[in-house]
Design a protein around this ligand. Structure first.
Ligand code: UD1
Ligand code: MG
Length: 467
């Protein structure tokens, strides 16, 4: 958190449905850069205020919004009916009007705002007398945004919404970014003056500019150089634009911290992902969720990794999927492997092509190099699982466990019918169907014996040769 010159309370407006998204899901829950839009905004708010002074206004799908933010510790205000952005802040009057200092209002659909911009806004407000400082930007196409009207002294006299603007007002290219820092005392003294006499019949928070200005208080615009930082999301097209920007920021941050990314524009990395120095990421890789990747790893092209922990020096081959799994140092996984979920791959273990693991622990140095399904299994250190091995972990009703001790050799195409235990150092003959436990150091053979008929093929050919 950045130390602010004055106590700051933040209200994040997140109660609206977001009609223009054409969605049954609340707009602020749509995701960009791997997080819900409102999560980004709350994260930025937490940089200028403690969680006890951050309040999120919820309404449409309130429970889901609360749930998405539960871990942050912020407070919530219910806005039962959504009658506009002004109405949303008024819903918090009881909780908020006693809190002095500055009142920052952020919109939950505006996830690109940087901490430095927000602290700059608060500092500008704290160092002057203005009742309100708001962020604005000159936009190429400000359609949909409120337009900022200045008086002769340069101060803001009003914000005019798209729906209410005259053609002349709508030709103004300075847009309201929807990010405000109010003097809390003056805001609450005048908040009751917001009305609904506008084409939408809503309480517009933007009316506060005119209300405060008319009451003789200064309202100031702080212009941003890059309006993209305040892109408000109203449609899925804007959602995609914002997602692309967030992805770009994340890749840049990682590259500057020592991660190599080949063809960066093809790589998707969620905001919460951590990657260590000198790791190289190939083209078209996706790294999502709560994933941590160590130093000196290679992540092969087209791989997808989510919610996983990858230690130092791991090699993930191309086209590999790793979900909710742990991979220890120097292990090799893939190409074309799938760690479905709940796996633990030990140090230096090898998982090769077309091997699927589910809830399986591979001990250090254990290998399953080709074509296998290992589910609900525990495989000891240095054991070797031959090509085509299958754990039959499911009997149609229940899942059963396969336990393979250290140094076991499982020959190719073995069918291991769980529940099953194979003791240390045992051998399983290739092609066996194993239904009984195997003691340590034993050989288990479970297949039909081979029959040999000398000369059979030759005789058959001779019989078939036409006369
Ligand atoms: C708003 C501004 C506009 C600005 C633009 C910037 C107003 C009247 N207009 O317009 O000047 O240029 O943002 O992006 O403020 N919300 C509630 N309760 C409500 C209504 C909205 O919580 O009753 C929340 C929404 O969930 C959303 C945010 O407020 O997160 C903004 O609402 P939205 O409808 O997107 O406002 P804009 O029309 O974009
Ligand atoms: Mg909006």
């Amino acid at each position: 958190m950045v130390i602010m010159p004055t106590p700051v309370t933040v209200v994040v407006l997140a109660a609206g449905l977001g009609t223009r998204m054409k969605s049954r899901q609340a707009k602020v829950l749509h995701r960009a850069g791997g997080k819900a839009l409102v999560e980004h905004v709350v994260e930025t708010a937490l940089q200028v205020a403690p969680a006890e002074r951050i309040f999120v206004v919820v309404g449409y799908q309130a429970d889901r919004v609360r749930e998405a933010l539960a871990a942050t510790g912020v407070g919530f205000i219910e806005q039962a009916e959504q009658k506009g952005t002004g109405h949303a802040v008024l819903a918090g009057r009881e909780a908020l009007s006693g809190l002095g200092g500055r009142l920052v209002v952020l919109y939950g659909d505006c996830p690109l705002l940087r901490t430095a911009t927000l602290t700059g806004l608060v500092e500008a407000s704290a160092s002057g007398e203005a009742a309100c400082v708001l962020l604005t930007a000159i936009m190429g196409d400000p359609t949909g945004y409120g337009r900022v009207i200045h008086g002769p002294d340069g101060r803001v006299t009003a914000i005019v919404e798209q729906k209410a603007g005259s053609p002349e007002q709508l030709s103004i290219r300075e847009a309201n970014m929807g990010i405000y820092c109010f003097r809390a005392d003056l805001f609450w003294r005048h908040a009751g003056e917001m009305g609904t006499s506008n084409p939408a019949g809503e309480y517009y928070l933007t009316d506060m500019a005119e209300i405060l200005s008319r009451a003789g208080h200064a309202v100031e615009a702080m212009r941003m150089d890059d309006p993209r930082e305040a892109l408000g999301i109203n449609t899925r097209v804007e959602l995609a634009e914002v997602d692309a920007i967030l992805r770009g920021r994340k890749r840049r941050e990682l590259m500057l911290a020592g991660v190599t990314i080949e063809s960066p524009e093809t790589v998707l990395i969620d905001g919460g992902v951590r990657v260590g120095m000198d790791t190289a990421i190939g083209p078209f890789v996706e790294i999502r969720g709560k994933t941590t990747i160590g130093e000196n790893c290679r992540i092969g092209a087209h791989s997808i990794i989510f919610d996983s922990e990858i230690a130092d020096g791991v090699e993930i081959g191309p086209y590999t999927i790793v979900g909710a799994s742990v991979v220890e140092r120097h292990a090799i996984v893939g190409p074309y492997a799938r760690l479905r979920f709940g796996n633990h791959v030990g140090e230096g273990a090898h998982i090769g092509n077309f091997v699927e693991l589910k809830k399986t622990r591979m001990g250090a140095g254990a290998k399953a190099n080709h074509l296998a399904y290992l589910g609900d299994a525990e495989i000891g250190a240095r054991s070797n699982i031959g090509a085509g091995t299958i754990t039959c972990n499911y009997d149609g009703v229940h899942k059963h466990k396969t336990t393979i001790a250290e140094g076991v050799f499982v020959g190719s195409n073995a069918t291991l019918v769980a529940p099953l235990e194979i003791g240390q150092g045992a051998y399983i003959a290739a092609g066996s169907v194993i239904t009984q436990d195997v003691p340590p150091d034993a050989l288990a053979v479970g297949r039909a014996r081979q029959e040999l008929k000398e000369g059979w093929a030759k005789k058959r050919r001779e019989r078939r040769t036409p006369a």
